[in-house]
Design a protein around this ligand. Structure first.
Ligand code: NAD
Ligand code: GLY
Length: 367
């Protein structure tokens, strides 16, 4: 098991990565569980696979789990479901010093984290991420949110968990498509800031997606270390360091919007295509060579992820995609910052990108 500390002064916490953490849940939580009843928010898919394991572990230690099991999917990040969660917690008289458990992927983590942030002006919560994406990204760093009718994650708060338990064994039941989507966020850390990790991903990406035990543990641990370092440096995304985590997200956001935020294109799949576009656009600006841009795209594709936007069959040109980007929450005083590359393993924030040139570039990529 690997333990990474997210250093945030009074809000510091550990992220534990390893197999079998669910079985040891009570002892790993220690004093964070201070009452017999333990409130747990999860979804039906996760409950079907992992509820019994967690229940057995808690009951063996004298606790009684109390589950709220939601329908799976992005629609849970909404006002009505948030209200349901908060009412459920209030009915159980959850107090500020208590900890609410988020057992699930990024949807459950974001929703439970936001409910915890607003319950009695802030309760504790424990992230137990069960998707690869949630283990390497969303469970660490304290971004919590629900979606608005006008866009994703527009209503939320920074609220750090007290503990993250990433049981890599829980990924055994995750569908391949979800493993792939999560892997996009893994290789992202290499492309944006760690050349050696990118090289490792080039050779081992397919093994991660295929659930190779050692490859998964290494990938999750390295990703968590990278994220913890960046969050400690720039918790609230004010200095530009944390914004680098948005590599591939501005292009990806446009693809998600054009495909209707649907099953047609998962978030991680959009980020994968977005990173290939960011690398190619960096080459177009002359910051990296085109052979490095293609190396990035090839490494992403080697895992099984798609990188070519023409394969999406979107009936639009680059200007339509750029119009979607203008609704991005990362817009800042009329400009849209892009995360681009100076080298593989060295991303930077470019606030002077000419959007008409981006549109022309995207039209070429769509042809
Ligand atoms: P998700 O939570 O919807 O999970 C994907 C699917 O896998 C769901 O159907 C879920 O029921 C199922 N599932 C989860 N764990 C499983 C398991 N172990 N076995 C079988 N099935 C399982 O999606 P996600 O990709 O984990 O997260 C996406 C969300 O994360 C988005 O809402 C996104 O906005 C958010 N996000 C947040 C941050 C952040 O910093 N807070 C970062 C990235 C993404
Ligand atoms: N997923 C981006 C961030 O946490 O900042």
């Amino acid at each position: 098991m690997a333990v990474t500390r997210v250093e945030l002064a009074g809000r510091s916490y550990d992220v534990q990565v390893g197999e079998g953490l669910l079985v040891n849940f009570p002892s790993l939580c220690g004093a964070l569980l201070r009452k017999k009843n333990v409130p747990i928010i999860t979804d039906k898919n996760v409950a079907a696979n992992w509820r019994d394991t967690l229940t057995t572990a808690l009951q063996a230690a004298g606790f009684e789990p109390d589950y709220l099991v939601l329908d799976p999917g992005e629609s849970a990040k909404s006002w009505p479901v948030l209200e349901e969660v908060v009412d459920w917690l209030l009915a159980r008289e959850v107090e500020r010093g208590d900890h609410i458990v988020a057992l699930g992927g990024g949807v459950i983590g974001d929703l439970t984290g936001f409910a915890s942030a607003i319950m009695k002006r802030g309760c504790g919560f424990i992230q137990v991420p069960t998707t690869l994406l949630a283990q390497v990204d969303s469970s660490v760093g304290g971004k919590t949110a629900i979606n608005a009718s006008t866009g994703k994650n527009l209503i939320g708060a920074f609220h750090q968990p007290s503990l993250v338990l990433a049981d890599t064994g829980a990924l055994a039941t995750l569908p391949r498509r979800e493993m792939l989507a999560g892997y996009a966020e893994v290789i992202k850390y290499g492309i944006l800031g760690d050349r050696a990790f990118f090289d490792w991903c080039e050779s081992n990406g397919a093994n991660v997606v295929a659930h190779d035990h050692d490859a998964v543990e290494y990938a999750v641990t390295q990703s968590v270390k990278a994220k913890a370092r960046i969050v400690a440096e720039d918790e609230r995304e004010t200095t530009g360091a944390r914004a680098l985590l948005n590599l591939g997200h501005t292009f990806g956001h446009a693809l998600e919007a054009q495909t209707g935020y649907s099953e047609r294109l998962l978030h991680g799949e959009a980020v994968a295509m977005g990173m290939a576009l960011a690398a190619r656009y960096s080459a177009r600006l002359g910051h990296i060579g085109s052979e490095d841009a293609e190396r990035v795209a090839t490494a992403i594709a080697a895992s099984g992820l798609r990188t070519e936007i023409r394969d999406l069959g979107m009936n639009c040109d680059g200007a339509v995609l750029v119009a979607h980007m203008l609704h991005d929450k990362k817009m800042d005083a009329g400009t849209l910052p892009f995360v681009l590359l100076r080298a593989i393993g060295e991303a930077y924030l470019d606030k002077d990108v000419a959007l008409d040139d981006v549109a022309a570039f995207l039209t070429e990529q769509l042809a």
